[in-house]
Design a protein around this ligand. Structure first.
Ligand SMILES: [Fe+2]
Ligand SMILES: [Fe+2]
Length: 203
């Protein structure tokens, strides 16, 4: 039996090693990779702000997530700088089927505790997948500068994943967190397979 919160065999306990959207790196232009990345950072910053607005009474959450907003927005700016350096354009935000499908599983109208738990775990999952994506980029890109660029992002997103789990453990029963996390991992593994079967890619 695996213990997802401590399992480092697959990244951060995800049950499938690879997000199928990111297998075909060679088929994507750098402009597409950077555009997609920029919008992921924007969403991360915006989501942290929403959590702070919604849970303003939770001191630790507000104190811990405030610097993450700055960090994620800093990431956005770094990506824009890379686009500019290469005279590439920031493209439109694509429809994110992965996040949309995760939100279907999210408990939105139940007990307040369950709603909070799912909001924290969905962000943990998205951060874990970002971490994985950046690992692939840090290993798979031709340009050495960009490989290092993505290694730093990978470490940063891994820290965010841990923070969201830690916040869940702070506000909710730890056993409950683990049980629900297992459910999320199972749902996500199934979702990944569905996306793969349909051959979804980033574009
Ligand atoms: Fe980030
Ligand atoms: Fe992040």
């Amino acid at each position: 039996m695996s213990t997802p919160l401590t399992d480092t065999k697959n990244i951060l306990g995800l049950q499938l090693p690879t997000d199928p959207r990111w297998v075909d790196l060679a088929g994507m232009s750098l402009e597409e990779i950077l555009t997609d990345h920029a919008w992921c950072e924007q969403k991360a910053a915006t989501s942290c702000i929403s959590l702070i607005q919604r849970y303003s009474e939770k001191d630790k959450l507000v104190r811990e997530l405030s610097p993450i907003v700055t960090e994620e927005w800093g990431h956005f700016r770094l990506v824009i700088a890379e686009l500019d350096k290469r005279k590439l354009r920031l493209g439109k935000q694509r429809k994110d089927e992965y996040v949309n499908a995760l939100m279907v599983f999210q408990n939105k109208g139940g007990h307040q505790e369950d709603v909070l738990l799912d909001r924290l775990l969905i962000f943990a999952l998205i951060e874990a997948r970002s971490c994985e994506r950046f690992k692939r980029l840090s290993e798979g890109l031709d340009d050495e500068y960009l490989r290092n660029f993505y290694r730093r992002f990978m470490e940063s997103e891994a820290g965010h994943y841990r923070l969201f789990i830690e916040l869940a453990d702070t506000y909710l029963n730890k056993d409950k967190v683990r049980k629900r996390w297992e459910e999320w991992l199972a749902y996500e593994a199934d979702l990944m397979q569905r996306l793969e079967v349909r051959g979804d890619r980033m574009h």
